[in-house]
Design a protein around this ligand. Structure first.
Ligand SMILES: Cc1ncc(COP(=O)(O)O)c(C=O)c1O
Length: 460
């Protein structure tokens, strides 16, 4: 039996959704008894479902995306104007917003030189992997083709992006995977692989050197890392980690590819997550917050040095980057991205993410004092996480079903929260919190209060 929602116009949409749409990451047997949620409106940090119920969205569109919030008229207008004027032409030629956004973006990324457009985070990462493979072919007889990735990180949904993903449950049943991707250990100190040690961050980074030496430095072309791991459990790298990673990359001539798909465009209080750590990447990929979801866009940004490798001799038929992305030529993406970036600047949203993020973190630590189930609080800016455990001493993770109940309780109280979802069999125990960068103290309090009520009510 389908439960019909109240309201009139939206009833048809809910029924149509229920009958026809296959939802992402969803077990549809749950929808035998009730219709999936359909979101019909958004404004600022709030969304409304088809029943007319309003929610504070504490996870920016479910996936860390809506950085500047819902209902931004000026983005809609910029996209509208651009669509009428010139909506699409292959990126073999240029378009005005793509040119202007690339210029503006690179001003925020010292040391980077070129922007390559496509339309999803997975695709941006695939481009980066292709660059690495082609550099290996051009400079190293194909030998330096391996790409390292880290346990717990996620880099996308396509088979090769999954091949570089360190989340076993997410990958399970989708193999065989693309060869040449090699895992390095995670850097989550709370779940230290070596017990309590000083300088955990340096030790975790040095593990990468061991893997490079085992594989052979002449076979390793790049490493791809999230600056702060998102879906793998909101993991802020420990002190010393990034500096050591950079040193190892330099030592073995391994390109450093940072996946900013979640952290990019202000989420952590700087334009990019890596900018907290005084490092210089060779490749940076981004999507989600680039246009806050108002249009599909992703970017693979490289240094001028990498770009130059692909210039070469005009008679070399194989020498340039022989890649194309049809929708990389949609002008709506960069038109939205330009306005999105202007909004972040004009409304000082980096500053807001820093200030409100610090307040959020402090409130979550207060919550930890109150509720034993919170084992660890992690995060930076408006990107925070709570790892839930059955027992603080043993750190035994709670079951995923417990986290689902907490999320359902918050939902019933009008707050949408995120959680690690089918990433690992045993570690689907982190709550992810990432409201839009416009969040106020009151919004943060509302999120924390909803969590407080849920933890008080739902017993282990
Ligand atoms: C860090 C990271 N990289 C890449 C992706 C893939 O992005 P998309 O879903 O746009 O392909 C995601 C998506 O959640 C992500 O979190």
């Amino acid at each position: 039996m389908h439960k019909q929602p109240d309201g009139n116009n939206n009833i048809t949409a809910v029924a149509a959704d229920h009958e026809n749409v296959w939802h992402h990451l969803s077990n549809h047997s749950a929808y035998e008894e009730m219709a999936p949620m359909v979101i019909v409106e958004g404004s600022g940090l709030r969304v409304t479902d088809a029943n007319g119920k309003k929610y504070l969205d504490a996870v920016s569109g479910g996936l860390w995306t809506v950085n500047v919030g819902y209902g931004r008229e000026r983005i809609a207008r910029a996209v509208y104007d651009q669509l009428l004027k010139m909506h699409f032409f292959s990126q073999t030629a240029g378009n005005v917003p793509a040119a202007l956004f690339a210029e503006k973006l690179l001003q925020k990324m010292p040391g980077m030189g070129r922007v390559y457009y496509s339309n999803s985070g997975s695709e941006a990462n695939e481009k980066a992997y292709k660059l690495v493979r082609q550099i290996a072919a051009k400079k190293y007889n194909g030998k330096k083709h391996k790409i390292l990735f880290r346990e717990r990180d996620y880099h996308g949904t396509t088979i090769t992006a999954l091949s570089s993903t360190g989340q076993y449950e997410r990958k399970n049943q989708y193999g065989p995977f693309t060869p040449g991707f090699v895992e390095i250990p995670h850097c989550l100190e709370y779940r230290s692989q070596w017990g309590e040690i000083p300088d955990y961050g340096i030790k975790a980074a040095l593990e990468m050197e061991k893997v490079i030496l085992r594989e052979g430095p002449d076979t390793v072309g790049a490493v791809v890392l999230e600056p702060i791991t998102a879906g793998g459990g909101v993991i802020t790298p420990p002190r010393g980690y990034w500096k050591t990673i950079q040193e190892i990359c330099n030592k073995y001539n391994v390109l450093l590819h940072i996946d900013e798909v979640v952290c990019g465009l202000g989420r952590t209080g700087k334009w990019f997550g890596y900018q907290h750590y005084d490092i210089q990447p060779d490749i940076v990929t981004m999507a989600k917050g680039v246009a806050s979801g108002y249009a599909a866009i992703s970017c693979t940004v490289t240094t001028e040095e990498i770009f130059d490798i692909f210039k070469g001799d005009t008679t070399d038929r194989m020498g340039y980057f022989r890649d194309v992305s049809t929708y990389g030529g949609c002008a709506a993406g960069p038109a939205a991205a330009l306005e999105n970036m202007r909004i972040i600047e004009e409304e000082n949203l980096l500053q807001n993410a820093t200030v409100q993020g610090a307040y959020f973190n402090q409130r979550l630590h207060e919550l930890k004092h109150k509720h034993q189930v919170i084992g660890d609080v992690r995060g930076m800016g408006l990107f925070q996480g709570l790892e839930l455990v059955i027992d603080r001493d043993s750190k035994q993770p709670v079951e995923e079903s417990y986290v689902m109940q907490v999320a359902a309780h918050c939902l019933a109280n009008g707050v949408l929260i995120g959680r690690t979802n089918r990433s690992f069999r045993e570690f689907n125990n982190t709550i992810a919190l990432s409201p839009a960068l416009i969040a106020t103290r009151d919004d943060i309090d509302e999120i924390v209060d909803a969590l407080d009520a849920a933890f008080a009510e739902i017993k282990l």
